[in-house]
Design a protein around this ligand. Structure first.
Ligand SMILES: Nc1ncnc2c1ncn2[C@@H]1O[C@H](COP(=O)(O)OP(=O)(O)OP(=O)(O)O)[C@@H](O)[C@H]1O
Ligand SMILES: [Mg+2]
Length: 305
């Protein structure tokens, strides 16, 4: 037996999505939950293309959003505009292909610029946005007003998860291990990668198998904790009850803790409520949340209500 892992993490699958991005003439918005593989997919689609349109990249971040046009700053001239800043900025964007990663994080001036570039067909725009997060109106207008098509990146299927594992590990993978990985990761590419790095797979002869025990690495814990984000005291209580005893009846959970907390967690897609006959049952929205919460270490950060 040997411990995984090869250092390169090859790209796998997403064939129709690559084709959709490459053939989108005006551009496209790739939407999906955190870790679905949006940034990697777009990078794969625009890099190394035969027609070699050199893309300009904009990576929106919370820090850049504190300044108007902050995300676009690397593409703009240093001298300040004389007249209308939108026209000045638009004139400076000359690349035929513009990639805007995490467009939901753009400040409102950058979002207006992006909208302007699309409506005036100044450049082909490939943008990514996270679902489950608010985006500026001018960004949402891109797909709501049919300016660009929106491609929703779903979870990897079990087959795709198996292909990804086989490529990344460089060998054949026990189908039971693929099934397990798919269930635990929920088909989320980031979680698959982090689970492999956490030692969830081990080599037995020619085949990679699921390892019964694996350690939650700091990187996996941080990834999941940042997805969970900050929680109030009563939300934390609900998550902890579920981590140790899911699924729980909604009535029981409401008696044990605060009903509004369950509703807030459902709105944030941290818990899922499902109908079971005449009862409602509540579970954690992702199997890995339970692992993280049970592993403790204060990963659930507090926030005021
Ligand atoms: N098709 C794929 N093949 C191989 N690895 C992938 C694939 N898609 C994503 N990954 C890997 O999964 C991880 C998460 O992907 P990525 O960063 O693209 O997610 P994201 O949707 O952009 O997440 P975020 O919302 O946090 O920006 C990365 O390490 C990436 O290399
Ligand atoms: Mg990304």
């Amino acid at each position: 037996m040997s411990t995984p892992y090869s250092s390169v993490w090859p790209f796998s699958g997403r064939v129709s999505e690559l084709a959709a991005i490459r053939s989108a003439e005006r551009g496209i918005v790739v939407a999906g939950p955190p870790g679905a593989g949006k940034s990697r997919l777009v990078a794969e689609a625009v890099n190394g293309q035969a027609d070699a349109r050199q893309p300009a990249w904009v990576r929106a971040t919370e820090a850049a959003a504190e300044l108007p046009l902050g995300a676009f700053a690397p593409l703009l001239p240093e001298e300040p505009p004389e007249g209308n800043p939108l026209g000045w900025a638009a004139a400076a964007i000359t690349a035929p292909l513009l990639v805007v990663d995490d467009a939901h994080l753009l400040d409102s001036a950058s979002a207006a610029l992006l909208h302007h570039l699309v409506t005036h067909r100044r450049t082909t725009v490939v943008a990514t946005v996270r679902t489950q997060t608010d985006a500026p109106d001018a960004v949402r207008a891109l797909w709501k007003d049919d300016l660009l098509p929106r491609l929703d990146l779903g979870p990897l299927t079990e087959t795709e998860t198996g292909e990804l594992l086989a490529r990344a590990l460089g060998g054949s993978v026990d189908p039971a291990a693929t099934a397990r990985m798919w269930r635990v990761s929920g088909g989320n590419a980031l979680y698959v990668r982090e689970l492999v790095l956490s030692g969830a797979m081990e080599r037995a002869g020619e085949v990679w198998r699921w390892r019964g025990t694996w350690s939650m690495t700091p990187s996996l814990r941080d990834t999941i904790a940042s997805r969970i984000g900050r929680v109030t005291g009563d939300e934390r209580e609900v998550l902890e009850f579920l981590a140790y005893g899911e699924p729980l009846g909604a009535d029981l959970l409401a008696r044990l803790s605060a009903e509004e907390a369950v509703e807030r967690l459902e709105d944030r897609q941290l818990v899922a409520v499902e109908q079971d006959g005449r009862r409602l049952r509540v579970r954690l929205a992702h199997p890995l949340y339970g692992e993280v919460i049970r592993s403790g270490c204060g990963v659930l950060r507090s926030r005021a209500r």
